[in-house]
Ligand binder design. Sequence first.
Ligand code: GDP
Ligand code: MG
Length: 447
Amino acid sequence: TLSDRLTATLQNLRGKGRLSDADIDATAREIRIALLEADVALPVVKEFIAQIKQRAKGAEVHQALNPAQQVIKIVNEELVGILGGETRRLNLAKNPPTVIMLAGLQGAGKTTLAGKLARFLRGQQHTPLLVACDLQRPNAVTQLQVVGERAEVPVFAPHPGVTSDDETVTGDPVAVAKQAIEEANHAQHDIVIVDTAGRLGVDEELMRQAANIRDAVQPDEVLFVVDAMIGQDAVNTAEAFRDGVGFTGVVLTKLDGDARGGAALSVRQVTGQPILFASNGEKLEDFDAFHPDRMASRILGMGDMLSLIEQAEQAFDQEQAEAAAAKIGTGELTLEDFLEQMLAVRKMGPIGNLLGMLPGAGQMKDQLANVDDKHLDRLQAIIRGMTPAERANPKIIDASRRKRIARGSGVQIREINDLVNRFYEARKMMQQMAGQFGFGGGGGKKN
Ligand code: GDP
Ligand code: MG
């Protein structure tokens, strides 16, 4: 597998400081193959790889990872970012009914999705109305009626409701859509879901019809429904629907199949529209909000590698934490450690998040809440301006040493006093915490 190949070629490089161009190129080649295997469209692959290289250049390698793992971590983060970061919810109209129109090729899963959405929304105390505007395909209206029955949601179909089994239903989908909105107003449906016709290929008449329906009902959401198995063609189809009808969101269907889901990245990258839902089966309950992280790992096909990376990082962080805890417990915390801790905190993002992870750290949180990045810079400068002996034993920092350090690091003497006091306070607090939680003391690891 890809993970094995990468591990084999790059495992000797563990622990280097920064990613080199060679590391990045080697891994990028493998990522490229993975993306193509996942059916991401070629132009999208190229653009994405370029983006990754840019970001990976000169990036620091986490001490617990090898460069390949580091690149993959970056790739994964970037993928999750592009696929949507957080998932967006449906836009609901301020003045109901909210109109949701479904568009996409024939067989994409629109009618099935209509039922799924209806059921989902009914579960959220909405009162949806399904509207049959696919008057093209034999059975289309009947199919929606069956789906509506299962979802226990009413279906608005063309009057007088003649639908024969094998014949094309005659009627004007635009008129049906308009009548449906009236009906929704009348019967107090707060959401209208408009199912539309599709063709096997993109076709002008289909686009015109969809655009006419759109103009007639002014939907709050137009969802482009796309089969995850569509592969390379996703880009063309998405572009055609974007230009022909326009859409505000994407739904991926048939994710229960073996497609790796490259279409998700293609559609997202090309149209910029968010993916709202994922459909993964024929039953109405096979339906979920779209999860960018799951999709990213599916596209990369490196689930094992990704969990390995996570484990390695966690194990490393735990080792660090245990070593620090052992020191704190014995009261040997030095300014050097203090500096290290501060740098670690900064690297790991917002201080609050990290502190939130420490049991009983509530009191310290307040103290650190007003330490911003600039402040950290100054503290860092001060500690760097001390000799190793001073860092190990701040007691020796007398007035003349303070003056020297202040001059060397461009700060006021008052700031040095502040820092030293803060350090003593932190040390005291940490010793108390160590006692409270029973770590340290003997200096050994728990478990
Ligand atoms: P439409 O032409 O866009 O309305 O597509 P349909 O809703 O009629 O779906 C076409 C076929 O795909 C039907 O046989 C559905 O049962 C099937 N289908 C739709 N969504 C999914 C899905 O998420 N997974 C699977 N396995 N089949 C699906
Ligand atoms: Mg249909």
